[in-house]
Design a protein around this ligand. Sequence first.
Ligand code: NI
Length: 265
Amino acid sequence: MKKKIVRIVLLFVGALLVGIGAAVVMQQAQDRKENAECSSRTSQTARVSLQTHWEREEKISLQPQTADGKPAEAKRQEDEQTKKVALTFDDGPNPDYTGMLLDGLKERGIKASFFVLGSEVELYPQLVRRASEEGHLIGVHAYRHVNLRQLSDAEAVEQVDRTNGAIYRATGQYASYIRPPYGCWKEDLDYEVQMVEVLWDIDPRDWATTSSDLVVQRVLSEVEENSIILLHDASRSSVQAAFTIIDTLQKQGYTFVTVEELLLE
Ligand code: NI
């Protein structure tokens, strides 16, 4: 009799463990699926959302403006002759690699865009200040590397606001652009967070390899005019890949601009 009870209890515990295991695996699969769904959208979405954003906000004028005093028409013709691409760097600032990257960008006269983590901005504000002072665009990633879609609206807004506060303290300016981690935005936050979402066209998955050659090859095989390229200033190989990509594409006549300049065309 005792033996039978023990066997039943063991069976029960076993079934419970299998159940928990299955639930965990399903949740993980669901997470991956959500992330894949989020990131499979392209920056076309960003272009549309930019337009609706500005229509709603009317914050800035979309009239052609020329900083260098050239007539708008001449400037427009000049723009049409240049092939533009945008390099973007997520997850920084990074104490080991962001400075190295900024040095190389400066040497090459390149402007890029950085989507930063608020927690890291608070740790290394001087890197973000330097990037901003050197003409790079600073945008929000999140405060920590979380999927905003899995948070409540209030928590997601807090991720954005805390990051933007840290950016403001570091640079004296608030960010207008956001690239949420995994490309996962909450649509119902559009009216609470007045920022433009920027995704990407080319993802060479640089974080998953230490081979800069592989990253370079993946980007160069996909690049075309107006491509937004996703990289991370989080490893030596990514920084090295960025430099090789710049040197190669500059020879092919490409100009590197911030995402703002690309999207406002
Ligand atoms: Ni990220």
